[in-house]
Design a protein around this ligand. Structure first.
Ligand SMILES: [Zn+2]
Length: 131
């Protein structure tokens, strides 16, 4: 199975493995070492090593439940951002079209709307500046 990734809010690539999210610790020539994103908050010791797009080692002793909803939120935020950069609708329209099809459980834990709209405008300015 190919590796799955999402982008963090800061735009860093994060690994998804079995419904847990990992962030980069170290990139070496032979492998890429990832730690659970809850390493700081929960002192979680979940780790994954990958090499050439496969998982070569994993410690999945997480001390918390899987991040299923959180992963969906990241995906929603990524598509909002992508839309902001490519489609010239208003932040309200962008938000409405992306969020109309997501489950209520995910919609309920999205960041505050005002912040999302700010991010849409920011992403758009950045995209426009790059053109
Ligand atoms: Zn964990």
């Amino acid at each position: 199975m190919p590796l799955e990734f999402v982008l963090s809010q800061k735009g860093n690539q994060q690994l998804i493995n079995k419904d847990f999210v990992y962030t980069t610790v170290k990139i070496r020539e032979d492998k890429h070492i990832w730690k659970c994103v809850h390493y700081n908050r929960h002192k979680c010791l979940g780790r994954v090593w990958t090499a050439e797009d496969i998982v070569i080692y994993e410690n999945d002793k997480h001390n918390h439940v899987p991040d299923v909803a959180e992963i969906r939120v990241k995906e929603v935020m990524a598509s909002i951002k992508q839309k902001a950069e490519t489609v010239m609708d208003t932040p309200q329209q962008n938000l409405a079209s992306v969020t109309s099809s997501i489950p209520a459980a995910v919609a309920g834990i999205l960041p505050p709307v005002a912040g999302i709209k700010r991010n849409i405008l920011k992403a758009r300015q950045k995209a426009a500046g790059a053109m």
